[in-house]
Write a protein that binds this ligand. Structure first.
Ligand SMILES: *[C@@H]1O[C@H](CO)[C@@H](O)[C@H](O)[C@H]1NC(C)=O
Ligand SMILES: *[C@@H]1O[C@H](CO)[C@@H](O)[C@H](O)[C@H]1NC(C)=O
Ligand SMILES: *[C@@H]1O[C@H](CO)[C@@H](O)[C@H](O)[C@H]1NC(C)=O
Length: 388
């Protein structure tokens, strides 16, 4: 328990390296120089870590480290321009949801699991999310870290925690950590519906399989000692710029894609039912379900109330609604447009929210009211303490 080890904080400017004599210090009362954090809390206490599973909405750059292709990467400008000032791999002009959640939870940035040096940072959690990933292994196979593989990495992380901290220390972290999921959208894209296994199932059975794989992942983590889960449902994906542009190209007026939205609605109903069921079934299981569908719907209906000037067209891309996936000019199309004020936009590129939208989501995920997040919001989930 008094084994010496080092924690390296890989923040934007790779700020400090600490040597710690006792593991318990890490768990209890560690104080960092405040300028190492992008927020101004001076006394961060590590009480719970954050483990993240999902897709491009929350990937902090894991795909920088795998052999994939540019549609699944965002490690070139202008990605990152609003905050990091370099392209970290996030599909955003700035921060993604877990960056804000970590800030609210008084944790440092949670780095991509595949980043060199990750093994020293597990006491804060880890982010396994990968752009393009689905809940099904059949979604973009070979290009992404699918959910099954993300869980495999989590198992590696868990072993590492146990060897670093011993049984009691590891179990304390595992039971008090929050496991955050946002995945499933890629299983319903046009690509997945035309090239995957989609056609061999009824829509209902396919959705049951996607949701089944998400809840199976939750149960596997529960078996390893996880108790606190934050799960996002799916937004109205049919309304992102890429689908509005497709509707226009097909002779429509730039409306939302109804087929995807119908699948998303089925998905959300089933996901919320399954989580309710898990809570009845599993002792000590606590969760926060966030209705991002309702929130996005409301933003689209009242853009100015939420500070947006443009919610249909993206900031970065080309063609109608800037719906062509060309932001950065490295995905086959070289020419692209870039808006001056990403904070006025809901979408940054053809399929991903701006930092402004992510921050709004994160605030509501953290402390939103019961009509959009329940039974717990993430803040109250973090505050639950399991003694082991
Ligand atoms: C990366 O993938 C490409 C195409 O899928 C393949 O030709 C290449 O050998 C792979 N590179 C490595 C290092 O695995
Ligand atoms: C998970 O998805 C696979 C297809 O990738 C499917 O065969 C399996 O039944 C699903 N699991 C659950 C629990 O639904
Ligand atoms: C949730 O309730 C608040 C009032 O507490 C309301 O302003 C908001 O519009 C509701 N959100 C949704 C998505 O229904």
């Amino acid at each position: 328990m008094t084994k010496e080890f080092r924690i390296k904080l890989n923040l934007a400017n790779s700020c400090i390296q600490l040597s710690l004599a006792a593991v318990l210090v890490v768990l209890a009362s560690l104080t960092f120089p405040s300028d190492c954090f992008h927020h101004d809390d001076h006394h961060p206490e590590i009480t719970a870590a954050l483990f993240v599973f999902g897709d491009s909405l929350i990937d902090p750059g894991n795909n920088n480290y795998i052999n994939t292709s540019t549609p699944f990467q965002a490690n070139f400008p202008p990605y990152g321009e609003s905050f990091f000032k370099y392209p970290s791999g996030r599909f955003c002009d700035g921060r993604v949801i877990p960056d804000f959640i970590a800030e609210y939870a008084k944790l440092p940035f949670i780095p991509p699991y595949l980043q060199i040096g990750y093994q020293y940072q597990l006491a804060y959690g880890s982010n396994f999310a990968s752009a393009g990933a689905g809940a099904l292994v059949e979604t973009f196979p070979g290009f992404v870290i699918n959910l099954k593989q993300q869980l495999w990495y989590f198992n590696e992380a868990e072993k590492q925690l146990r060897s670093n901290l011993g049984k009691t220390g590891a179990e304390r972290i595992l039971s008090n950590s929050v496991y955050f999921f946002s995945i499933g959208g890629n299983d319903y894209t046009t690509d997945s519906r035309t090239s995957g296994i989609y056609k061999s199932f009824t829509p209902e059975d396919y959705v049951a399989m996607v949701v089944g794989n998400i809840t199976a992942a939750v149960e596997e983590i529960y078996k390893k000692g996880g108790r606190k889960f934050g799960v996002l449902n799916l937004p109205p994906l049919g309304c992102i710029p890429v689908y509005r542009a497709a509707d226009l190209a097909a002779g429509g007026t730039g409306e939302c894609n109804g087929e995807i939205t119908a699948l998303v609605k089925l998905h959300n109903v089933l996901l919320s039912k399954k989580l309710e069921h898990l809570q009845k079934q599993l002792k000590g299981f606590r969760y926060s379900y966030f209705d991002i569908f309702a929130v996005v719907d409301e933003i689209f209906d009242n853009p100015s109330k939420y500070g947006f000037k443009e919610v249909k067209s993206g900031c970065c891309g080309s063609g109608p609604f800037r719906g062509a996936d060309s932001c950065g000019g490295k995905r086959g199309i070289k020419e692209y447009e870039l808006c001056d004020n990403p904070q006025d936009y809901f979408s940054f590129d053809s399929g991903h929210p701006t930092q402004a939208a992510n921050q709004l989501f994160a605030k509501l995920i953290w402390a939103g009211p019961a009509n959009i997040t329940g039974p717990y919001n993430l803040k109250s989930l973090f505050q639950i303490s399991f003694v082991t």
